[in-house]
Design a binder for this molecule. Structure first.
Ligand SMILES: [Zn+2]
Length: 155
């Protein structure tokens, strides 16, 4: 299944890693480079996303090379190469910061952390069980999602 696709992003591409997480994809994004990145990706069955063409000769996994272009174009290229259309429903299901799967949370539980103007407009919230960040449509990820919409990532 598409949801089983997981990524390991080159340490140089941290921003791209956040975009993949915003789309709900399990993405390893750490200061990992070169052989260390490829070894970790292979051990965990992750697709390597990198801007470098130096792939270790013994690497048995999949590599996607991205070019130096706007991150939304890179994202569009990745999903085109994989022949996958990301789902809008998966947006914000993963924490942008720590990659943990977020869970639905009632507004009452996070009320003091949501600005009043938002509470009136937004009915659904998610929280990261690992770092406790609260997400909602219109929060951290709204610009990301907006850009992805514009670049046609959702088909
Ligand atoms: Zn988190």
């Amino acid at each position: 299944m598409e949801r089983d696709v997981t990524f390991a992003v080159d340490g140089m591409l941290a921003r791209l890693g956040k975009y993949l997480r915003a789309l709900g994809y399990d993405t390893l994004s750490a200061p990992l480079f070169g052989d260390a990145l490829f070894h970790r990706a292979e051990a965990e069955g992750r697709i390597v996303v990198t801007a470098r063409s130096a792939v270790p000769g013994d690497f048995g996994g999949r590599v996607l090379l991205v070019r130096g272009e706007p991150v939304e174009r890179q994202i569009a290229g990745i999903f085109a190469a994989l022949n996958i259309t990301p789902s809008r429903e998966s947006v914000l299901t993963r924490c942008l910061e720590c990659n943990a799967v977020t869970r639905d949370v009632p507004l009452e539980e996070v009320r003091d952390r949501v600005p009043e103007g938002i509470r009136e407009k937004v009915s659904s919230y998610r929280i990261c069980p690992s770092c406790n960040r609260v997400y909602w449509w219109g929060s951290h990820a709204d610009r990301i999602v907006e850009r992805l919409e514009e670049s046609g990532v959702f088909g």
